[in-house]
Ligand binder design. Structure first.
Ligand code: GUN
Length: 283
């Protein structure tokens, strides 16, 4: 078994980004690299993710502005804030941490973000570009997974990639990215029949369902590559969707939790913010 070390790779990418941003700043080629992060309500996991994103911004030299809104904020007021940020030339990127409280439509909110500031790659415009294989701002978790697989030279062309989970944040965009890399892609979800029969055929198995240790020994083939997107808190400990301890000797590569996909997600957000800046700046 080999570890796919997302922490190590993300540190390397962050160091490169910090260097690039500081060189651009000192040569006067860049100014106002700013990320606006909106957090609604008191979900503890979301608060941790947002804190990690803000800290990562500081590390590479991106100015971040955090907006903490009350759980009871109206859709109308949230849209008003997004429109203000859309019009603010100091703001390069806008991120609305998901999930949102039930009374707010995520689709309604996301579609109000200016696509050129959509560093999460969630707007219909960026989603559409990705689905037809054009250059776009790509959602951070799938982008980080591809970067990790490529860093470890894992062959994607012709490989059977099975994704468990069909979310707009991970499963669907990852399907498009893997298709671009010529993988054969199967998506499974909560209504899939005979799940284990399908996961056992995966050369690369990506799991993003939020169920602790859901993938067990009998569900994978020998030598599979395992990508665990799950971050579940069990008895105060973080565990993934994959039963790491029991599968680590059966697979060829596996991402740890924590330290696998999570740090890559955050690092791709930083990269997207710089890409959004370059795409809109006139320098
Ligand atoms: N919630 C879980 N993952 C993400 C993400 O990548 N971006 C945002 N905005 N919210 C999330």
């Amino acid at each position: 078994m080999n570890l796919l070390d997302g922490k190590q790779l993300s540190t390397k990418i962050k160091n490169n980004l910090a260097f690039e941003i500081s060189s651009l700043k000192s040569s006067g080629l860049i100014s106002d690299l700013g990320l606006a992060v909106i957090l609604v309500g008191n979900d503890p996991a979301s608060a941790v993710y947002v804190r990690n994103k803000i800290n990562a911004c500081a590390f590479v030299g991106i100015t971040s502005i955090q907006y903490n809104l009350d759980e009871s904020v109206t859709e109308h007021d949230l849209i008003a804030l997004i429109e203000k940020l859309n019009a603010d030339s100091h703001v390069t990127g806008i991120l609305v941490q998901l999930p949102l409280p039930k009374h707010i439509s995520e689709n309604a909110i996301i579609s109000k973000i200016d696509p050129s500031k959509d560093v999460d790659g969630f707007t219909p415009y960026q989603t559409g570009l990705l689905s037809i294989g054009q250059k776009s701002l790509v959602p951070c978790t799938p982008k980080g997974i591809i970067a990790l697989l490529e860093h470890y030279n894992i062959n994607l062309s012709g490989a059977h990639a099975v994704i468990v989970g069909r979310s707009n944040i991970v499963g669907k965009p990852l399907m498009n990215l893997l298709l671009q890399k010529n993988s054969t892609v199967t998506i499974c979800h909560s209504k899939t029949k005979n799940l284990a029969d399908i996961t056992k055929t995966a050369d690369i198995l990506i799991v993003a369902i939020g169920k602790p240790k859901f993938i067990t020994e009998t569900m994978i083939k020998d030598g599979a590559v395992l990508i665990d997107v799950g971050i579940n808190r069990v008895d105060g400990k973080l565990v993934g969707d994959v039963d790491f301890e029991h599968l680590k000797e059966k697979c060829s590569y596996i991402t740890p939790v924590p330290g696998g996909v999570g740090p890559m997600t955050i690092t791709m957000l930083l990269q997207n913010t710089l890409e959004a800046y370059h795409a809109t700046s006139r320098t």
